[in-house]
Ligand binder design. Structure first.
Ligand code: LMR
Length: 397
């Protein structure tokens, strides 16, 4: 029966990372998967997470199942982190959330809820978007429309195009937005632009679904959610997919949450019950370890400050790398790479053709996505010159 199934192609992101791991070149550079790497090329465990882990291991008395909604301290901590402790929606109990296996689990549960409310609803996604958004939401039965977003010539957001396309989104439609650090392009909306989107949602009745996988890695924890909070202040319904993969370094622990901002406390409770049923249908209950760590970090003032400081240092380092990369690339090419410094978070397109990205991989063992998306955090003092020289060599042909 099963032999009808063919071999599947490698994942466009994870496959390249595996290929890099097996490349024997001593000069190889992995700029593929979005994980934070430090100056030594290591994806570190946050100090605060390590401390929380020590106390958890010492105190943990059971490995019994988690509650269907997950850890309460984690859910409350994450709600406050994302929405702000002064959030009116939180004060009115109009928010519920369910702990999920990573941000992907949150996207999937969000999609399940949308599809339960409006089967086959249209979801507007940015062009481009993270490729996994499509199977994650599409496998539930949602349909897609795209809105213009990144303009490769100007290397910026085509906001006029976005507004024109979203002008066709109406009641019953969902608009998927990247809360900050757009993946793959790094070009974010300004607060004024978020406000225009909020106006449109109010007027036209579409519901935003915000993927906030990179809070804290653009400008800072508060700045990175300013646009999202503006939507929550103004609109009756917003779904949010949050993740602790990047900003707490909990990648493999699969730690995230789906947040439902609803028009009433009663509806928020109903959505949580729906989310629990959806989760039970797919994976029953979330994994414990990562959320118990994150819950401890968020609930303990000292650990939280320690974590915030380390995260801010990572954010500054990424922004510093962006500046250095622009200057090194411009020393080795005759192109303007200034856009890299204007973009946010882990990702930017280098603006290379697919053939050029492949040449960098095949001739120089530099691995980036074929769209030329790089993980800026994979750059460091030891590889930046080699990278810029190789880009120069490939562009000269
Ligand atoms: C990425 O885009 O590289 C990350 O979000 C990791 C992943 O799962 O694709």
């Amino acid at each position: 029966m099963l032999d009808v199934l063919p071999q599947m192609p490698e994942d466009s992101i994870l496959g390249l990372s595996s290929a890099c791991r097996s490349d024997p070149s001593p000069n190889k550079i992995d700029l593929t998967v979005g994980i934070y790497m430090n100056e030594e090329g290591v994806c570190p465990v946050f100090d605060a997470v390590r401390l929380a882990q020590q106390s958890l291991v010492a105190e943990e008395t059971t490995k019994a199942y988690m509650a269907p909604a997950g850890d309460a301290a984690f859910n409350q901590g994450l709600q406050r982190l994302v929405l702000g402790s002064g959030s009116a929606a939180l004060a009115d109990a109009r928010v519920s959330s369910i702990q999920t296996p990573g941000g992907c689990g949150a996207l999937r549960i969000g999609a399940e809820i949308i599809n339960a409310a409006a089967p086959g609803a249209r979801v507007w996604v940015s062009d481009p978007t993270w490729p996994v958004h499509i199977p994650l939401l599409g496998s539930v039965g949602l349909r897609f429309e795209t809105y213009r977003y990144y303009e490769p010539v100007s290397h910026g957001v085509n906001f006029d195009g976005m507004v024109e396309d979203l002008g066709r989104a109406g009641r019953g439609d969902v608009v998927l937005l990247h809360g900050c650090c757009h993946n793959p392009c790094g070009a974010d909306l300004t607060l004024e632009q978020w406000s225009v989107i909020a106006d449109m949602a109010e007027r036209q009745g579409f519901m935003p679904f915000v993927d906030i996988a990179y809070q804290g890695l653009g400008d800072g924890l508060e700045q990175d959610v300013a646009g999202l909070r503006l939507l929550v202040e103004r609109l009756p319904e917003v779904i949010i997919a949050a993740s602790c993969s990047k900003n707490m370094g909990l990648y493999r622990e699969r730690t995230g949450a789906a947040l439902f901002v609803s028009s009433s406390a009663e509806n928020a409770r109903a959505l949580l019950s729906q989310a629990q049923v959806a989760a039970r249908r797919i994976y029953s209950m979330p994994p414990a370890h990562g959320a118990l760590l994150a819950g401890r970090v968020l609930a303990d003032a000292e650990l939280k400050t320690n974590w915030e400081d380390e995260l801010q240092a990572m954010c500054w380092r990424i922004n510093g790398l962006r500046t250095s990369l622009v200057s090194k690339l411009e020393q080795n090419t005759d192109r303007d790479f200034g856009f890299i410094e204007r973009e946010k978070g882990m990702f930017s397109f280098l603006g290379l053709t697919r053939a050029e990205a492949i040449a960098l991989r095949e001739k120089h063992s530099i691995y980036m996505l074929e769209s030329s998306r790089i993980n800026v955090a994979g750059v460091n003092g030891a590889n930046i010159d080699y990278l810029a020289e190789a880009v120069g060599a490939v562009l000269r042909g």
